[in-house]
Write a protein that binds this ligand. Structure first.
Ligand SMILES: Cc1cc2nc3c(=O)[nH]c(=O)nc-3n(C[C@H](O)[C@H](O)[C@H](O)COP(=O)(O)O)c2cc1C
Length: 163
């Protein structure tokens, strides 16, 4: 899939078929996250691969809108090491989701609203921060790929020279 088509067609999906994601594909997804640029190349992240049912349920309980997490065959927790910013985490996360989509795997970022819960569930050192969960899976059907929400018009978001 060409990059532009991949980017434009990627939508966040919350229902997944039971098909497992192979280790080979998982490695490509992680490699895409690893290669993201970061401020001063600090690479302030770690990725936690979660495939066990018990751990999926534990971490899903730390988000208010994480009902689909237990049904995803693969979940990756994006963790920020000290000094990292949300922008860094976002770059790595989007890289992983786009790489997955190129393999036909859909995904959805999931916020961890309850920080202490996530720190505990993920076993994080005190100075590390849970940034985001990413749920991955092959689409259940064509329709389940996304909810069909739209984007703001180009004219409403693009400004020339000044706001
Ligand atoms: C920072 C961030 C947090 C999000 N948190 C959640 C979440 O907790 N649960 C969820 O189902 N979707 C979550 N999403 C997905 C958004 O709802 C989704 O990106 C948006 O509705 C656009 O969906 P689309 O790409 O399918 O059009 C999150 C997205 C972002 C960028």
């Amino acid at each position: 899939m060409e990059a532009y088509k991949n980017i434009l067609s990627k939508r966040d999906s919350r229902s997944y078929s039971g098909q497992e994601i192979s280790d080979e594909v998982l490695q490509r997804i992680l490699q895409a996250g690893r290669m993201a640029g970061s401020s001063k190349n600090t690479q302030p992240w770690g990725f936690i691969v979660i495939r066990g049912d018990e751990q999926k349920a534990s971490i899903a309980a730390c988000g208010d809108f994480a009902q689909h997490v237990p049904n995803a065959p693969l979940v990756i927790g994006v963790v920020l090491t000290p000094g990292g910013s949300g922008f860094d985490a976002g770059r790595a996360a989007q890289n992983m989701m786009l790489a997955a989509w190129d393999e036909g795997i859909t995904s959805c970022p999931v916020a961890l609203h309850h920080r202490e819960c996530a720190v505990e569930a993920l076993g994080l050192p005190e100075d590390h921060a849970p940034a985001m969960l990413l749920a991955f899976g092959y689409p259940e059907s064509e329709e389940s790929r996304h909810r069909g929400v739209t984007r703001n018009a180009m004219d409403d978001i693009v400004h020339q020279e000044r706001w």
